[in-house]
Design a protein around this ligand. Structure first.
Ligand code: FAD
Length: 483
């Protein structure tokens, strides 16, 4: 791959066998450098968050990129390569047979927006409605605990689509719309306002809700949670004048929030019952390393303890530590938002059960994202994952299956987490393991950590080895497809 400038655009010249392609050099998600990514079959993959593009058309095949990238005509004259005009992607035409007349999406997050975009990009022309309980149009939720909370991301970065996008694509986005009942017999969804909507095909993408912290003495609304844009704005307003903040929970959200608060120069205490942060997800060594990394940025940990009482600003922990704090933020996990599915009588198992096409137990009803539990072909287990890329990819897959593609969902689960300038990529799914192997050095921010059970590698976390993470994903996909 060779990076070059074409006017004010960056182009990547890619040679594969005898063919040469000219494709944009940056990912459409977060401008990842595609020259450092992976050329795999007919795809080009981004090293940052594993977005995947068609080499011939620039089409965004898989989230987290939802927009295509440019491709240029390439001509060979003698021993020279000339890059010509930009190619335009041919419009998709759907055969009408079996395509639903109307699609309803309940949710306005990762899975929902990815599904809506996919439906229109696939050429679906029927009625398309999104009902979201949120007061904001779909936004970049992962950024809420990172740059946005740290004060480094302007508001304009957050919406995933402009307001015009919805009208231009005839997507009827209804905000503040809380769906309270689903009748799978008559194919209707009713909102708390009483308004109801019919559908031919339905996607449930209601995500997850933060677990609530029960602390004696805490006043109503005194504990902050972080799930929505509004939550994040409320935290930012509260911490603006704060000198000391307590973060309850030392998992992804808790630690990312702590990093962002430190970026604001706020004294930050992280309180959690476990002895080592993230131990149950990343293992003891990585957890200890992360703890040290946060400590080196000034985070103060109170581990092996939890909160007992909050009286005004005085927070008392179970080990009797007392802290005067201005704000308390709790990040103690989430639970899938399954109330609607449950009331409708859909099959549940700690989430909404879906088949390989992401269809629930009710015909025409699909589920994707944090609520969906599916049979993961790589771990051989039924799993539910609470991560952005998985949710978006499931939204994309469910949309295509609504249109009759009958494609099993087979993406290898992937997520990333950001702590200051350290990014962890994680591929696969390991709830239990009996061995952890570290290749390389955590301290040098250059390692691959394998989580194994018996002779199987279930998952791999990498730091500073983005290409290796992409290669592992490609190898796993290729093995599963028998190529
Ligand atoms: P959501 O994105 O949560 O969307 C659910 C939608 O459904 C919302 O719009 C909600 O209003 C709506 N809804 C719920 N109930 C109803 C109802 N009854 N009627 C109508 N609408 C309803 N993952 C990563 O992989 N990497 C990260 O770095 C990362 N960072 C994160 C940071 C934060 C602060 C948070 C909160 C999450 C983060 N995640 C991250 C997780 C990721 O955001 C979720 O896995 C993902 O958003 C799940 O997508 P979803 O579509 O299932 O649900």
């Amino acid at each position: 791959m060779l990076r070059a400038a074409l006017g004010d655009e960056s182009v990547l010249l890619v040679r594969r066998g005898q063919e040469v392609f000219a494709i944009a050099a940056e990912c459409s998600h977060y401008h990842g450098p595609l020259a450092e990514g992976l050329l795999a079959g007919n795809t080009l993959r981004c090293p940052l968050h594993h977005a995947c593009f068609d080499l011939r058309t620039g089409e965004a095949l898989r989230a987290p990129a939802l927009d295509p990238i440019s491709c240029w005509r390439v001509e060979r004259r003698g021993d020279r390569i000339f890059v010509g005009d930009k190619l335009t992607a041919p419009a998709r035409r759907l055969s009408k047979a079996g395509v639903p007349r109307s699609v309803l999406i309940v949710g306005g997050g990762a899975a929902a927006i990815a599904a809506a975009i996919t439906l229109r990009r696939e050429g679906y022309e029927g009625s398309l409605t999104m009902l979201s309980a949120d007061d904001s149009a779909p936004y970049d939720r992962p950024n809420l605990s990172k740059d946005f909370l740290a004060g480094n991301a302007p508001d304009e970065w957050m919406p995933l689509r402009s307001p015009e996008f919805y009208s231009d694509h005839r997507i009827d986005l209804v905000l503040n719309a809380h769906a309270t009942s689903l009748d799978v017999g008559s194919r209707r969804v009713t909102l708390s306002s009483g308004r109801d909507f019919s559908y031919d095909a339905l996607l449930l993408a209601t995500g997850a809700e933060p677990n609530r912290l029960d602390i004696a003495g805490a006043a109503e609304g005194q504990i902050c949670y972080l799930r929505t844009f509004a939550d994040c704005r409320a935290i930012i307003a509260k911490v603006a004048s704060a000198a000391r903040v307590a973060v309850v929970g030392a998992s992804f959200i808790g630690l990312e929030v702590a990093a962002s608060l430190r970026a604001r120069g706020i004294e930050t205490h992280v309180i959690a019952p476990e002895a080592v942060p993230m131990e149950h997800i990343l293992g003891t060594e990585v957890g200890r390393f992360l703890q040290g990394w946060h400590q080196s940025h000034g985070v103060i940990f109170h581990l092996g303890t939890t909160v007992k009482q909050l009286q005004g600003r005085l927070l008392t922990l179970t080990d009797q530590t007392r802290l005067e704090v201005d704000v308390v933020v709790a990040g103690i996990g989430v639970h899938p938002a399954v109330a609607l599915a449950q009331a409708a009588g859909l099959a549940l198992d700690r989430g909404v059960l879906v088949d390989e096409y992401l269809q629930t137990s009710a015909p025409g009803v699909f589920a994707a994202g944090d609520i969906a539990r599916w049979s993961d072909r790589y771990s051989g287990e039924r799993i539910r994952v609470e991560h952005w890329v998985v949710a978006e990819r499931q939204g994309q897959a469910a949309a295509r299956n609504m249109l009759g593609y009958a494609e099993p969902f087979q993406a290898v689960p992937f997520f990333w987490s950001q702590h200051y300038d350290l990014k962890i990529n994680y591929l696969g799914h390991a709830e239990r393991w009996d061995r952890v192997d570290i290749d390389g050095s955590l301290e040098a921010h250059n390692c691959a950590v394998s989580y194994r059970r018996g002779d199987r590698r279930l998952a791999r976390a990498t730091i500073g080895r983005d290409l290796e993470s992409l290669q592992a994903e490609w190898a796993q996909e290729s093995r599963a497809h028998g190529s």
